[in-house]
Design a protein around this ligand. Structure first.
Ligand SMILES: [Zn+2]
Length: 231
């Protein structure tokens, strides 16, 4: 794996909202300019968590993606190679998605602990957040909501860190085969629950999530989909 040019400050300090950076490259496209920075606080879309938005000086950061192992900021506005820029993320948006993503993991930890035959299939932690499993869930959405919020109120610590594929294999209950090979792997652990491979950005402890809402639990053809949100 070739090392990424950009230093991922969003992992070192998940709560950093502003940062001075330098433009390493700026490729002007039809609508957007694709900008690579020496360091960034912008989280690129991935793992079901939406990309950050915000500003680089006056230029608007529309989307941030991991392309060929580099963090590419897709920007509306003029920026040039070598330029020093002040980065500012849309913190309200970012913090909401941090809470939604952390909530999804707490809910997952609770569900796979209670219903041991569940096998995770997919999840999304954006605007229409859900997690989906092979298997079934017997409890009502009211019961699950109460149980997961009881857990949340214990204010469990959320730890995220770098982990090798071998470590993940050893520590985690589920390790998907299709883990990205173009970036260093990471994991999340909530309280004493089993760690899980995850490259997202999360809140520090579960109480920060606020409250988890379970909107629906739908079963179909041996799959169960749980829609959830936070308030
Ligand atoms: Zn995740």
């Amino acid at each position: 794996m070739v090392n990424m040019i950009t230093k991922q400050i969003y992992y070192e300090d998940t709560y950093k909202k502003e940062l001075d950076c330098e433009v390493i490259s700026a490729e002007v496209g039809i609508d957007l300019t694709e900008v690579v920075l020496d360091q960034t606080i912008f989280y690129p879309e991935g793992g079901g968590q939406p990309s950050d938005q915000g500003k680089l000086e006056e230029a608007k950061v529309v989307s941030v993606r991991l392309i060929d192992g580099e963090i590419v900021h897709q920007v509306k506005g003029d920026l040039a190679e070598g330029q020093k820029v002040r980065a500012l993320i849309d913190w309200e948006r970012r913090y909401k998605f941090m809470k939604i993503h952390s909530a999804g993991h707490l809910l997952h930890d609770h569900l796979v602990g209670k219903y041991e035959s569940l096998i995770p299939l997919k999840g999304n932690h954006g605007k229409k957040s859900f997690i989906e499993y092979e298997g079934s869930i017997e409890g009502s959405k009211e019961d699950i909501e109460k149980e997961v919020n009881d857990l949340l109120n214990r204010d469990l610590i959320i730890v995220t860190k770098v982990a090798s594929f071998d470590e993940l294999k050893k520590l985690c209950k589920f390790v998907p085969e299709n883990l990205p090979k173009n970036k260093p792997l990471r994991m999340i652990q909530i309280g004493d629950f089993a760690p899980m491979p995850d490259g997202g950005v999360h809140v520090r402890s579960t109480k920060e999530i606020g409250k988890i809402l379970i909107y629906s639990i739908d079963s179909d053809h041996g799959k169960v989909n749980v829609r959830y949100g936070v308030s």
